[in-house]
Write a new protein. Structure first.
Length: 212
């Protein structure tokens, strides 16, 4: 949940940096290490997490792998980021949109495609986790607090899916409109991450705790 705020705040430390168009775009700024580090940390946490059953483990394991994949296969270099780095005195290799990307040194188009695929699968599994897995009740009848938590889980799952659909709609139809000035992808990604983070807090009974 802190990732978007940390990236946005730290991004202003780069001369001419400002707010990027997406969370992934911060890979190409001074916040690259934080972006990659947090994704690896979250990915390893999800992989090491032991759920209630096999389905739970599979979903969290693959969620973790996809989170790491998002870090290993960077998105393409945004033009605004290239200009900012160039203004700050970066070398041509730093700002070239055709430079090979990531630890595997892939062509930008291939790396960007894989990045979008891993990110999409990551968010889909987060939504599935919140909507279908967190709402399980086991053999016992759910109490009133559990029913309230289930409502929160489903709202969070719906928010994640709605955010994904919003991103797809924007990239397909509205990318060249005035909306691009307001970083809609960044906003929708943040909503999706906060929704899952909130559902995880609810799952831990930080709120709507069962009465003893």
């Amino acid at each position: 949940m802190a990732l978007p705020l940390a990236l946005i705040t730290g991004g202003f430390l780069q001369p001419g940096g400002g707010i990027q168009g997406s969370i992934s775009a911060y890979y190409h700024t001074n916040m690259r290490d934080l972006f990659v580090g947090i994704l690896f940390m979250v990915g390893l946490f999800l992989i090491s997490y032991h759920g209630y059953d096999k389905e739970d483990n599979l979903v969290t394991n693959f969620s973790g792998l996809f989170a790491i994949g998002v870090a290993l296969f960077p998105t393409i270099v945004p033009k605004t980021t290239s200009a900012a780095i160039s203004h700050a005195g970066g070398s041509p290799a730093d700002v070239s949109e055709s430079a090979l990307l990531g630890v595997f040194q892939l062509e930008p188009e291939l790396s960007g495609t894989l990045h979008l695929l891993w990110a999409l699968l990551f968010f889909i599994l987060l939504a599935y986790n919140a909507y279908f897995l967190f709402t399980k009740t086991g053999d016992k009848k759910p109490g009133p607090q559990k029913l309230k938590r289930n409502i929160m889980y489903r709202i969070c799952g719906i928010l994640i899916v709605a955010s994904l659909l919003g991103i797809v709609f924007y990239l397909t139809f509205l990318q060249k409109t005035v909306l691009r000035l307001y970083a809609p992808v960044l906003i929708l990604e943040t909503i999706a991450l906060w929704a899952f983070g909130f559902s995880w807090l609810v799952k831990g009974e930080t709120i709507f705790r069962d009465e003893k």
